[in-house]
Write a protein that binds this ligand. Structure first.
Ligand code: GLA
Length: 383
């Protein structure tokens, strides 16, 4: 179904109009977790799991959205206020709401959606849905934004409409990713640098099958805990509005005034920023061994200091470490479940995936989904 031709005919059969078709990818993050909202660094990759959107204008003033994944159609009145309903349509309608708030007049349209980014697995299915809808709706009204601005608008859909307090990483990489490259993003000024992923390295994504949700309690709790530590440092020396501005020395100096949990969360974020920049430099000079070492360190920090992992993800990483061909493994994304990212030597990737699946299933009784992915382009129109 990823075939745009099939997708196009599905839209035509339902809505009797020819759609313009867009695609936006999901992502995997190589390193830099819970640093984006602290204005730090992240290094994600857009992957070959994506969401497609087909859009065509309507003359009856209605917005009709069909999700092929849910087999469900929803109708709204164009120009009417929109409220979130804890439903999949919140993501596309949140985009309409934010764009309307930006002064755009959005007329009626038909929108078909289909995606293969696994839901709730930490691969940013919702960011892909937001970014692809934004591109589609903007094209309908003859408007466009540069990729970084588009990402910010889609982040606002999460923050202001859906009510998920996330950073900008997922929307940014979905809008700006590049084939065969990882992207080091400075979440403060949204400047970025692309680093090629060597052709002999595979991205093996292993789904623990433990569902995660960033709207749930743990993500905002961790965020609050780390921000509390930041506030204490800022209270002492000023100029530290975000943990991006803090140092390990700050933490040692004033850590005793922090709740023990806050101290540990901040330790993760501060060290993770250092690791992420070092990892991008290692990747740029092709030093995969160093990149793998930093990923391993990042996982330990995420699991022990940030307490953002879970038994299953720790096990998936531990099992990966025993297998031939592994360069580096860690839990990726918002945490508390979802997927691990494994950088693996290409010629060993299939055997690695098969063996990891077998060993994880033997230990947990859960058969994990394991995918060998490649770095893909960010969102664009499909002709
Ligand atoms: C989720 C959020 C991102 C980021 C990561 C953790 O994916 O959407 O903004 O905070 O978690 O790194």
């Amino acid at each position: 179904m990823h075939d745009p031709k099939v997708f196009r005919s599905m839209h035509e059969a339902r809505f009797h109009a020819e759609p313009a078709v867009f695609v936006a990818p999901g992502r995997v993050n190589l390193i830099g977790e819970h640093t984006d909202y602290a204005e730090g660094f992240v290094m994600p990759v857009a992957i070959n799991f994506a969401t497609l959107a087909g859009i065509s204008p309507r003359t009856d003033g209605k917005i009709v959205i069909y999700s092929e994944n849910y087999g469900e159609e929803k109708t709204f009145e164009a120009g009417q206020p929109i409220v979130a309903a804890k439903h999949w349509s919140d993501y596309p309608m949140g985009v309409v709401s934010i764009l309307t708030g930006e002064g755009h007049k959005i007329p009626g349209f038909s929108l078909s959606l289909w995606g293969d980014v696994p839901l709730g697995s930490g691969l940013s299915s919702s960011a892909a849905l937001e970014v692809v809808t934004a591109l589609a709706v903007l094209s309908l009204i003859g408007a466009s934004y540069p990729g970084p601005v588009l990402a910010r608008l889609c982040q606002r859909v999460e923050n202001e409409f859906v009510g998920a307090n996330c950073g900008i990483m997922d929307q940014f990489i979905s809008a700006n990713g590049k084939e065969n490259h990882a992207l080091l993003l400075d979440c403060r000024d949204l400047s970025f640098r692309l680093a090629p992923i060597p052709a002999n390295v595979a991205l093996v994504i292993a789904n623990t099958m433990v569902k995660h949700s960033i709207a749930g309690g743990d993500y905002p709790t961790r965020r609050r805990e780390s921000e509390a530590a930041c506030a204490i440092i800022n209270g002492h020396r000023g100029g530290v509005p975000f943990l991006r501005d803090a140092t390990l020395e700050d933490l040692e100096k004033w850590g005793s005034e922090m709740e023990p949990k806050s101290y540990l969360r901040a330790k993760h974020v501060i060290t993770e920023d250092l690791r992420t920049v070092a990892a991008s430099e290692a990747l740029l000079r092709g030093d995969m061994k160093e990149l793998g070492r930093l990923m391993a360190e990042a996982h330990t920090s995420y699991s022990k200091d940030f307490e953002g992992s879970c038994v299953e993800a720790d096990l998936m990483v531990e099992l990966a470490n025993e297998l031939p061909g592994l360069i580096g493994a860690r839990l990726t994304g918002g945490g508390f479940g979802g997927c691990t990212i494994n950088l693996v030597e290409q010629d060993k990737a299939q055997a690695f995936a098969d063996e990891l699946r077998k060993r994880y299933a033997a230990k947990t009784g859960i058969v994990p989904e394991i995918h060998i992915c490649h770095a893909s382009d960010g969102a664009h129109q499909l002709k």
